[in-house]
Design a protein around this ligand. Structure first.
Ligand SMILES: Cc1cc2nc3c(=O)[nH]c(=O)nc-3n(C[C@H](O)[C@H](O)[C@H](O)COP(=O)(O)O)c2cc1C
Length: 249
């Protein structure tokens, strides 16, 4: 699978099961109708502020009755991407795990540190590995980006950089991102944001995202085909995403 080519995405609706997902999931992973979120922090640090924010997001999602798969960046850790390694040995176990858990989820939430005004290398490396799977699991999967930093901008620049590979891969990254500034002082010992107004805004952000994901899961007929790179001819050889059948997940 190469990147950057023109393509047409098609949706058939209604449709049968998504065979490719079935191959990767154990049958008991998903309860029909229940929305499932993969939530993790992109920090490997034990006392991570982003892990605290990811935990708060997971708790907020669960409070609304959705299912959360809480993961950690360590679950998806992999050697630096090397196409020779991929050719000779296939994807490493961390990448396979990331792919499996994405496919088992309807949407993902990542709380990511900002490193040097960009995303952490460990997360970009994991994205690069997973981008080689076919079907490519970020395609049309909804994502919400969060960040926490001691700085005054809360790591928000890192999230803008993170949008680029995700959107390139066809992920539906929610427009509203949440960045917690001065995070080392902003969280209570119970894990909530001390400023009540900010805590409410955080919950609202999560709830609005969940509304979209639920609508997308339960009303797949609203999805449509669209064409990117107008003026270029679709060519299956260079598509970065595949036309795929969709069921009411
Ligand atoms: C290599 C490195 C680069 C960093 N660059 C930034 C930065 O550009 N902006 C920022 O707000 N914080 C930056 N920080 C500070 C991190 O935001 C801070 O260490 C944060 O607590 C890391 O997230 P964590 O607590 O989830 O591990 C940087 C930290 C490191 C180690």
């Amino acid at each position: 699978m190469l990147t950057g080519g023109p393509h047409v995405r098609t949706r058939r609706c209604p449709a049968g099961t998504l065979a490719s997902i079935g191959r990767e999931m154990s049958p008991d992973v998903r309860k029909p109708g229940q929305v499932r979120y993969l939530v993790f922090s992109a920090s490997l640090r034990e006392a991570s502020l982003n892990t605290q924010l990811a935990t708060l997001a997971a708790t907020t999602i669960e409070a609304r009755g959705a299912q959360v798969d809480r993961a950690s960046m360590a679950d998806f850790d992999a050697p630096s991407f090397n196409a020779d390694m991929l050719r000779d040995n296939g994807p490493p176990s961390g990448a396979r795990e990331f792919n499996r858990r994405l496919l088992a989820s309807d949407a993902f939430v990542i709380a990511s540190p900002e490193y040097n005004a960009s995303m952490p290398g460990v997360l970009k490396n994991a994205i690069d590995w997973v981008s080689r799977f076919d079907p490519q699991p970020f395609n049309e999967r909804h994502g919400l980006l969060l960040s926490a930093s001691p700085s005054m901008v809360g790591g928000n620049r890192g999230l803008w950089s993170l949008r680029i590979p995700f959107e390139h891969l066809g992920a539906r990254i929610y427009p509203d991102m949440f960045s917690l500034a001065q995070a080392h002082r902003a969280l209570n010992p119970d894990g909530r944001i001390s400023d009540e107004q900010l805590q409410r805004r955080f919950e609202e952000n999560i709830n609005n995202f969940m509304d979209l994901v639920e609508a997308s899961k339960h009303y797949p007929c609203i999805k449509r085909a669209w064409i990117e790179y107008l003026g270029e001819h679709p060519d299956p050889e260079v598509e970065r995403v595949q036309a795929m059948e969709v069921s009411a997940r």
